[in-house]
Design a binder for this molecule. Structure first.
Ligand code: KG4
Ligand code: ZN
Length: 336
């Protein structure tokens, strides 16, 4: 069974064709980074306008690269939440139009859930495992019990992990997105040079929740102390100490979650899963750490088509009145 996946929840305009939930026949991503770079972040209005311009071409390319056409597609899987509402509506409306015009069923897919499924496109996955989603928009530690069942154990209470990297990168004038540039500078510094704060838990807060707003402020204060004179060495040390703190916050909690829930496997996804310090920490931990290829770690439509296949098999098609929603569905584990 071949599914066409469509993903437009943020700034990637993506389409893919996936056979039987796993075999990627095509995986096309048009990145909008250049459109947003000079604003140092994603501008929602620009994102949705670019999706409108590009979606037709992206879908045509995905079908062409898969050597198929819409008549041979069994269902269209499309992201309907969470994300930027204007961007989501472009992909969802396009999918509905295509469905009506061709009589193809549609399946509405949750973007966060699809990220947690993404490793299954390349690997045999065992359950339960810890799913760690770290991107510019999301920071989630989840207990994944089956392909269709997961609980969010912890999440950020303010900035996402990638957003913290990007904010620090902006402070260093590294451009957007700046996570990789911060990592490169950090590689030249001493991570122990400063002890940046790790957020303390407040009463009633979930024990695996994380926070990044205080860390970014501490980095800015620390760097300002070197204003006169500031040297390359102190900048590298600040970047290294920031990276250590930013990654340790979430890795410590994720590893504790693995231990508490008796999970031997941890799957890290999202753009920050490319971070070398994060990988080193996970690789030396007692759990087995798995990372999908980078093209599946970041936003893509193959994960949407992959998860959509299983939903379609189990539940059939969604009705055409399915709506978009900006909000993350509450998959929270009950606590306390
Ligand atoms: O999943 P992703 O491509 O996109 C969305 O958030 O939609 O993640 C991008 C984020 C950015 O914040 C970027 O700075 C961060 O991932 N990132 C990194 C690294 N590579 C990408 N952060 C730290 N270290 C990296 N090597
Ligand atoms: Zn994403």
């Amino acid at each position: 069974m071949d599914l066409l996946g469509i993903e437009t929840s943020c700034d990637e305009c993506a389409a893919a064709v996936v056979r039987d939930g796993r075999q990627m026949l095509s995986n096309v991503v048009y990145s909008q980074i250049e459109e947003h770079r000079r604003y140092a972040g994603v501008v929602p209005e620009i994102a949705s306008r670019k999706h409108i311009e590009w979606i037709d071409d992206v879908v045509a390319r995905a079908l062409q690269e898969a050597d198929t056409d819409i008549g041979a597609i069994d269902a269209i899987a499309v992201t309907h939440r969470p994300g930027l509402i204007g961007s989501l509506l472009v992909g969802l409306s396009y999918a509905k139009g295509l469905a009506i015009a061709t009589g193809t069923p549609i399946v509405a897919v949750d973007h966060v859930h699809a990220h947690l499924y993404s490793a299954a496109l390349e690997h045999e996955i065992s359950y339960p495992h810890i799913g760690l989603l770290l991107s510019g928009g999301h920071t989630l530690i989840s207990l994944v019990k089956a392909w269709d069942e997961f609980e969010v154990l912890g999440a950020t209470i303010d900035d996402a992990c990638g957003e913290a990297f990007d904010k620090v990168a902006k402070h260093f004038d590294f451009g957007y997105p700046g996570g990789v540039a911060v990592q490169r500078l950090a590689e030249q510094g001493d991570p122990e040079a400063y002890d940046f704060p790790s957020p303390s838990l407040h009463k009633g807060q979930h024990p695996y929740d994380v926070s990044y707003s205080g860390l970014k402020t501490a980095v800015v204060h620390q760097r300002e102390q070197f204003r006169n004179p500031r040297c390359a060495e102190s900048d590298a040390n600040v970047a290294a100490a920031f990276q250590r703190a930013a990654v340790d916050i979430v890795v410590d909690r994720a590893l504790r979650a693995a231990d508490d829930h008796d999970c031997k496997l941890l799957i890290a996804v999202g753009g920050v899963a490319a971070n070398t310090y994060l990988r080193a920490r996970l690789d030396e931990s007692p759990v087995e750490a798995l990372y999908p290829s980078l093209s599946l770690c970041t936003d893509n439509a193959a994960m949407i088509a992959g998860l959509g296949y299983h939903q379609f098999q189990r539940d059939g098609a969604n009705s055409l009145d399915v709506n978009a929603s900006a909000r993350v569905r509450a998959f929270r584990a009950a606590y306390p």
